[in-house]
Design a protein. Structure first.
Length: 264
């Protein structure tokens, strides 16, 4: 059993920085360095695989993961990675106990926050972009992004969500690239349009339009890396008015231009 200390990974760490004792890295896995042995990290670990994809074996159960997957591991949770591609890349965020204590968080809080954050991948990409820059205010910006990723305040405040909120969340995620009118939404979730309009931001943290745009950006992140579709085709598929509109939104949410991210 391999024990990986803070900042250590089975691949090559290309970029790395520390925030409040926690570590954000960009890691490259290749045939030169990709140890498939069982291991665990001393701290909880968030991993966004954004190129190459991997097959994961965990708790003696093997399964394939889709490209662009986001994973969460508790501290000392045993796992191993078996990469089916010659090269794969991932963004890793390791959060230690001092960070949890400082911000009054538990590992379960962080896990729930990452799983429910509509912009999780986009926020991680913003962090990756910052790793490439040499700016004096980088620490503060990375700290803000990390807290936005792991914050779970909305979930704590509204743990007892009405049934229409749950139905609406599923509806929006299942039909992320379709145009849905408020009337259609109302009929499908069984709530009055006024109720939805007045309470949407309370439960979703964004307006309906903002939430839908963030969903589209999260989907486009995987389409850019794992399909041969052109940017104009992705823009059309994701429901943006044109390629320029898509590029502006993608840059705003990720700090990457789509073409630069495809080559990252």
């Amino acid at each position: 059993m391999i024990v990986l200390n803070k900042g250590e990974y089975t691949g090559d760490v290309i970029h790395s920085t520390k925030i409040d004792g926690s570590t954000i890295t960009n890691t490259l896995y290749s045939t030169r360095k990709n140890n498939p042995e069982w291991h665990y990290h001393e701290n909880l670990h968030i991993c966004f695989v954004f190129e190459g994809g991997k097959a994961e074996t965990k708790h003696k159960t093997s399964y394939s993961t889709k490209d662009g997957s986001l994973f969460f591991y508790h501290a000392e949770e045993k796992h191993r990675w078996l990469s089916p591609s010659p090269i794969s890349k991932s963004a890793n965020i390791e959060i230690d106990r001092s960070f949890l204590k400082k911000y009054n968080l538990t590992e379960q809080d962080v896990k729930k926050a990452v799983q429910t954050n509509i912009s999780a991948k986009a926020l991680i990409l913003k962090m990756q972009k910052e790793l490439l820059l040499h700016e004096q205010n980088k620490f503060l910006y990375l700290q803000t992004l990390l807290l936005e990723l792991v914050s779970n305040e909305k979930h704590k405040a509204y743990i007892h969500e009405p049934r229409w909120v749950i139905l609406l969340k599923n509806l929006l995620h299942d039909n992320w690239n379709e145009v849905l009118s408020l009337k259609e939404i109302s009929l499908q979730v069984g709530a009055h349009p006024v109720t939805i309009s007045k309470n949407f931001k309370k439960y979703f943290n964004y307006t309906l339009g903002e939430y839908q745009r963030r969903l589209k950006i999260e989907k486009s992140i995987d389409l850019i890396k794992y399909t041969s579709l052109s940017l104009s085709e992705i823009a059309f598929y994701c429901g943006f008015t044109d390629q320029s509109h898509f590029i502006r939104n993608f840059k705003f949410h990720t700090n990457f231009l789509p073409k630069a991210y495809r080559n990252f």
